[in-house]
Write a protein that binds this ligand. Structure first.
Ligand SMILES: [Zn+2]
Length: 428
């Protein structure tokens, strides 16, 4: 758009009863956000005149904050049950379900997502591009494209002979550092935003153990080198302490899960500035759902071994000053309930504002998107949500539960959810 065109594009004015400044860590009372061409153009006092012709969205009585960022999500396909993943579903259906997941996620106030993998390679990148092109309603997305994993490892379709697994589900299989370099290059060629490596076993992947190292130091270093050379970063799935340490020392940007971290692993993350993305809610969901669905004893055991241990480690990591970025593993549990994890993060040692920072400005930094999302600063995308009252009032974080059902959600200045009518008194 030309500069002249920009000047004539319509202005949206959002009057916020309270605006959360996640950078300064402050609540600003009664301000107006002026939004033009998808971005915040100015932030002015609430009694300032509204520009002629501006559309006014009155959120007096509400708290307005940047849209949430889920740093660990899987939007493609159905929920990842303890069964052989996705093999019975066509790629077309996996995409269509992904479209539904993306819409549900955005309407829940999650305006950006880091998608950390799909068993069937590259469907996430199709979804990302379709959202970017305006074909699909969904959050801004980064995608990992494919899992970099050893054969039979956490990112492999296990429980079937390899010959029965389609090749697009085995794209990222590696056994040597040379394999890793080749695969990382190929994933970058396909347009992935980041590289996802499976450094240890997993809870849901049968036949793997969360505490077990799967990628050795030379393979992890090869991944970081190859990704860096292509301007990408590495996110490492790592439950066990040994796998976490290998990955941190190799230079990954984030540790996913981190369930069995020990004091040394925590100290290393703090020292290296590695982000911890700990999905501390979904263990509860797996425990309940697994019981209902009679999931295999192996899965339930691994979930039991990681759930409380992860929360204990999380608490220590918060105290040690590790960078905490919000990530839920949505896709293992239902999409659109992402914010259910926020009160739990406060219960395990963060302040309410700290938890929201993890889900906004800190997650944006981790993704390399600090210049466009994560805060409602001038020049950033007008990605925001609003909830009634003050969700920060309760020091124990219980007020953050309201973020699961925002009254209003906006992405790039366009309203994608507006439930204000629903909360008006009956009879009007
Ligand atoms: Zn995951």
């Amino acid at each position: 758009m030309t500069v002249a065109g920009l000047a004539h594009s319509p202005i949206v004015a959002v009057r916020a009863g309270r605006l959360v400044d996640v950078v300064a860590g402050a609540l600003l009372p009664d301000v107006v956000l002026l939004i033009r061409a998808e971005r915040v153009e100015a932030i002015v006092p609430g009694d300032s005149p509204i520009p002629d012709g501006a559309e006014l969205i009155d959120l007096t009585g509400h708290t307005v904050m940047p849209g949430l960022i889920d740093g660990h999500s899987h939007l493609i396909g159905d929920l990842e049950y303890a069964d052989v993943p996705a093999i019975g579903m066509t790629a077309e259906r996996e995409i269509l379900v992904g479209v539904r997941n993306a819409t549900v996620t955005l309407r829940a106030g999650v305006t950006s997502v880091r998608d950390v993998g799909t068993f069937r390679a590259f469907l996430d990148l199709e979804l990302r591009d379709a959202i970017e092109d305006g074909l699909v309603v969904g959050p801004r997305m980064q995608g990992a494209g494919a899992y970099v994993t050893v054969p039979g490892g956490a990112g492999e379709v296990t429980g079937l002979p390899g010959s029965e697994v389609p090749p697009e589900m085995r794209f990222g299989l590696v056994q040597t550092p040379a394999d890793v370099r080749r695969v990382v290059d190929a994933i970058c060629d396909r347009g992935a935003d980041l590289i996802k490596v499976l450094a240890t076993g997993a809870v849901l992947t049968r036949g793997t153990e969360p505490g077990q190292v799967e990628l050795d130091r030379p393979m992890l270093e090869a991944a970081v080198e190859a990704a860096t050379a292509r301007g990408r970063y590495v996110a490492a799935h790592a439950h066990g302490a040994e796998g976490i340490k290998l990955a941190v020392r190799a230079g990954v940007r984030s540790i996913e899960h981190g369930s069995l971290m020990d004091d040394e692993a925590i100290a290393l993350m703090a020292e290296h500035g590695t982000y911890l993305v700990a999905d501390i809610y979904n263990g509860d969901w797996i425990a309940a759902e697994g019981l209902r669905g009679s999931w295999p004893a192996e899965t339930m055991r691994k979930n039991d071994e990681t759930t409380e241990a992860q929360r204990l480690g999380f608490r220590k990591a918060v105290a040690a000053g590790v960078r905490i970025a919000f990530g839920t593993d949505s896709g293992v549990y239902p999409h659109g309930t992402n914010a259910i994890q926020l009160p739990l993060m406060v219960h395990h040692g963060m302040t309410p504002l700290g938890a929201v920072r993890a889900a906004t400005v800190v997650a944006a930094e981790m993704m390399g998107w600090a210049d466009r999302v994560g805060t409602l600063s001038v020049g950033h995308y007008a990605d925001l949500l609003a909830v009634p009252g003050d969700p920060f009032e309760a020091a124990d974080g219980t007020g953050l539960a309201a973020l699961q059902a925002p009254t209003l959600v906006m992405k790039g200045g366009s309203v994608v959810r507006d439930d204000r009518r629903l909360s008006e008194p009956p009879g009007r």
